[in-house]
Design a protein around this ligand. Structure first.
Ligand SMILES: Cc1ncc(COP(=O)(O)O)c(C=O)c1O
Length: 420
């Protein structure tokens, strides 16, 4: 590592490590000296197909040699059309129209623009603990931690925050928590943003940066009903939960509901920046031509990477593997919780699992950070999340196998033993 060169990188970036990988393969990263690191961060939930999956690499190489940039307002890259066709095979029948952009924030913001335009309503409801991005609009919709907003205020108005059914934090049973949160949401619609001025409710089916908390099935179902009743659009932010991460292609599938708009990014391109807003053709027809767009969305290179990524996820049954490996991971973590009671909660779906560290009835960030550090020293890369940063999150690539899950659990236990 050249320390002086690193000073050339803006300090606004936080860094979990200063590892400089030369190469990635599957769940592993390798530095110049050949040292191997186990990446259970997936580059923040991106490399669902594993690092440098051969089919994704081949598709990128092949596309790069033919056409890198086919600007969609000027020409239509065949890869962009192939991507729409491919996504159409993995989304519900009613969701059959796609808009492409580059990042999760950009797609989330696009979804809000679509919702406002289509409904002619102004307001948006988000949930406590949400993370939707770092642009001005998505920052206004993000409240997982104040660091994302502090000193950037005032932010765009028209955003209202309802409580998320975070059962463990409230300390109630799930039914009570869901009832409370639905009641508060209805109160919000009576007291702060009337239904007829509310364009959309946006929710992460599993709260991501906010602590890896699955939204209870009944909550999502009743939310869907409430939206339908009031003509409010239901937006599923599947940026982190999508593409097989939760054991199904989409997080909302666990509740058997149909959103009006799906926002997708991260796993879509296996690391090549690409995101999408998906809705019905009818809804998209209410978005006037030219009222939204961007230079790069639907470009050939990223579209080709995305077509290959989705094909790998489908052909290799990665959602099913995520469900199986997730169960093994959860079983192992629950067993460790029995021996290390400062792991207050183990929760998640598929390979989106959180372990919440608590002591004396409250969040214990220091302990979570100490365990994370001990894991990194043992070359297992894990991220934390949660408003109190006391949740270690488990998001390995979906190609992970049983032996690799077991190895990670062994390292984690060693770390727990060391810090306790
Ligand atoms: C649920 C969710 N939405 C939106 C975003 C923003 O995505 P991006 O960082 O690509 O802008 C993220 C990023 O972590 C996310 O987890």
């Amino acid at each position: 590592m050249n320390t002086d060169s690193l000073a050339l990188l803006s300090p606004v970036w936080s860094h979990l490590t200063t590892i400089q990988p030369e190469r990635g393969e599957g769940i592993y990263l390798y530095d110049a000296a050949g040292v191997r690191y186990t990446d259970f961060t997936s580059g923040i939930g991106v490399t669902n197909t594993g690092h440098c999956h051969p089919r994704v690499v081949a598709a990128i190489q092949e596309q790069a040699a033919r056409l890198i940039h086919g600007q969609i307002n000027v020409v239509i890259a065949p890869a962009a059309v192939r991507l729409a066709e491919t996504l159409n095979t993995v989304t519900p029948d009613a969701i059959n129209c796609f808009f492409f952009s580059n990042s999760g924030a950009e797609a989330t913001e696009g979804a809000i623009k679509l919702a406002r335009m289509a409904t002619r309503r102004t307001n948006i409801i988000t949930f406590q603990g949400s993370f939707h991005g770092r642009t001005a609009q998505t920052m206004a919709m993000t409240n997982s931690k104040t660091v994302y907003r502090s000193r950037y205020q005032p932010l765009p108005s028209g955003v209202f925050v309802a409580p998320f059914p975070y059962t463990y934090r409230y300390g109630w049973d799930e039914e009570t928590t869901v009832d409370f949160c639905l009641h508060e949401l209805e109160l919000l619609l009576k007291s702060q943003t009337a239904p007829e001025e509310t364009a959309a409710i946006i929710i992460e089916p599993i709260l991501g940066e906010g602590g890896y908390v699955p939204a209870p099935v009944r909550f999502l179902q009743e939310l869907r009903e409430l939206c339908t009743e009031h003509g409010i659009l239901f937006i599923a932010d599947e940026v982190q939960t999508g593409f097989g991460r939760t054991g199904k292609m989409w997080g909302f599938e666990h509740a058997g509901i149909l959103p009006d708009i799906i926002v997708m990014a991260k796993g879509l391109g296996s690391g090549v920046p690409i995101s999408a807003v998906a809705a019905s053709q009818e809804l998209m027809s209410r978005w006037p031509t030219g009222s939204h767009g961007g230079t790069y969305g639907g470009g050939a290179l990223a579209a080709a990477a995305a077509v290959a990524s989705v094909a790998v996820i489908r052909d290799e049954n990665l959602p099913a593997n995520a469900a199986r490996m997730g169960e093994r991971l959860m079983d192992g973590l629950v067993e460790l919780q029995g021996r290390y009671p400062f792991i207050g909660d183990v929760r998640g779906r598929g390979l989106m699992v959180g372990t919440e560290f608590t002591r004396g009835g409250g969040p214990d960030k220091d302990l979570a950070k100490a365990v994370q550090k001990a894991c990194i020293e043992r070359r297992l890369l894990l991220l934390t999340c949660g408003s109190s940063e006391n949740v270690i999150r488990w998001i390995p690539p979906l190609v992970v196998n049983e032996a690799q899950i077991d190895d990670a659990l062994t390292v984690f236990e060693d770390a727990l033993r060391t810090v306790s």
